[in-house]
Write a protein that binds this ligand. Structure first.
Ligand code: HEC
Length: 140
């Protein structure tokens, strides 16, 4: 019981600030209610991981996932993270992400990395914790 309390404390301290240690991530996914935004982010993460694999195989991702447009309306864990620049960063991200689906095959790596860099650009202003994880989506 005491241990759980300490972990919760750590979650509130670390979320968005630092890369979270593994055991906390597990506790978090089981016990803490996830915000709509966090859930959407995890889907975006998975989709971009899928896209990275496709692009590395020289294949173009198909069917732009329209649910990602919800980035404009999804509720955040901490609404004060929603800075005035948030909408601009959301559009910047959605535009670069759409280009992955519209580009010619020889620009795929470039377009994919642009999209990932636009995730990172917003995170630098709002939520630095997941940046090391997001960087793994880049194609070197
Ligand atoms: C417009 C700003 C913005 C953009 C663009 C953005 N993020 Fe986020 N991201 C956030 C914010 C704010 C949170 C914190 C959400 C919360 O706690 O409610 C977050 C949270 C996350 C998390 C942590 C989720 C969790 O709680 O476990 C991951 C992973 C993540 N983002 C990955 C990505 C990826 C990958 C992309 C690009 C495909 C991306 N983000 C684009 C602002 C952004």
């Amino acid at each position: 019981m005491k241990k759980t309390a300490i972990l919760f404390l750590l979650i509130s301290v670390f979320s968005c600030k630092k890369e979270q240690p593994k055991e906390i991530v597990i506790v978090e996914s089981k016990k803490v209610k996830q915000s709509e935004m966090a859930a959407l982010m995890l889907k975006m993460y998975d989709k971009n991981l899928e896209n990275k694999k496709l692009v590395l195989e020289g294949k173009q991702p198909k069917d732009f996932p329209k649910e990602f447009l919800n980035i404009h309306t999804a509720q955040l864990t901490d609404p004060s993270d929603k800075k005035p620049s948030f909408n601009a960063f959301s559009d910047f991200y959605l535009n670069s992400f759409k280009k992955v689906y519209e580009t010619s095959k020889d620009s795929l790596v470039f377009r994919h990395n642009n999209a990932i860099n636009s995730c990172i650009a917003c995170h630098e202003t709002t939520c630095v914790g997941p940046i090391p994880r997001i960087k793994k989506l880049l194609i070197k």
